[in-house]
Design a binder for this molecule. Structure first.
Ligand code: DC
Length: 226
């Protein structure tokens, strides 16, 4: 790769494999992986801890009290800090997903986080995943990918992930949660999840991990040479 800083935006619905694939692609390309969902989760977690309803406008009044930082460990992995406290593990709890989704629908929350995300992409080459990266955060990203998979496949994968984490849940419940989150993420007024016009769609429904990663890397390399 040359010295030029470049950015890759990866958007798509929950459970399409964005974070696992983007993380692996970043390692292959030697660039920084930014998981923007973790930033929304950190705000969601702060709101949860304060006992607030994540959809309540009162969430906005909490924002000035929050310092959200992203630091990279010696393993190169992203860790999240909320007012100096490492919350990397806590924000993955299933109940925090709903809080993250709730706060992410509030315009002030999105505005609060916008510059932070843009600054990360100015400092070094990044592959950034989220819902509005190609449409709002980095509209000039060098490569835009819309990563998706069928809802059943996403629920199956999420179920396995929860099992491995020791917090199993029945398939029907996982499916319903994914459908609910899709609906909320796609129908909110501010920055709803949608495919950027210039994004390349990668559907991983019938691809395994290696095939999906190959496809992603091919799209990125092709995008960077055009
Ligand atoms: O990717 P994730 O499941 O960790 O994201 C958690 C929530 O944050 C999800 O419901 C959508 C929201 N989100 C968002 O609105 N915009 C982003 N760029 C990233 C995540």
């Amino acid at each position: 790769m040359d010295e030029k800083i470049y950015s890759v935006a990866v958007d798509g619905p929950s459970g399409a494999g964005k974070s696992t694939l983007a993380k692996a692609a970043a390692a292959r390309l030697g660039i920084v992986y930014v998981d923007t969902g973790a930033i929304y989760r950190s705000i969601g977690y702060a709101v949860f801890r304060r006992g607030l309803d994540p959809k309540d406008a009162a969430v906005t009044s909490v924002l000035p009290e929050l310092t959200i930082e992203m630091r990279y460990g010696t393993d190169g992995l992203q860790r999240m800090y909320l007012n100096g406290e490492d919350v990397t593990e806590e924000i993955r709890r299933p109940e925090i997903s709903l809080y993250a989704s709730g706060v992410s629908a509030i315009g002030e929350v999105r505005a609060f986080l916008l510059q932070m995300q843009r600054d990360l992409a100015k400092k070094s080459s990044v592959i950034m995943d989220g819902r509005d990266i190609g449409t709002v955060v980095l509209p000039d990203a060098d490569v835009k990918i819309y990563l998706t998979a069928s809802v059943e496949m996403r629920a199956k994968r999420r179920m396995l992930e929860l099992e491995q984490r020791g917090t199993p849940q029945p398939f029907d419940e996982v499916l319903r949660q994914i459908e609910d989150r899709d609906w909320a993420d796609m129908h909110r007024d501010v920055a709803p999840l949608r495919q950027a016009e210039d994004a390349v769609v990668v559907d991983t429904s019938s691809l395994d991990f290696e095939e999906s990663l190959d496809r992603l890397l091919t799209v990125i390399r092709e995008g960077l040479t055009h």
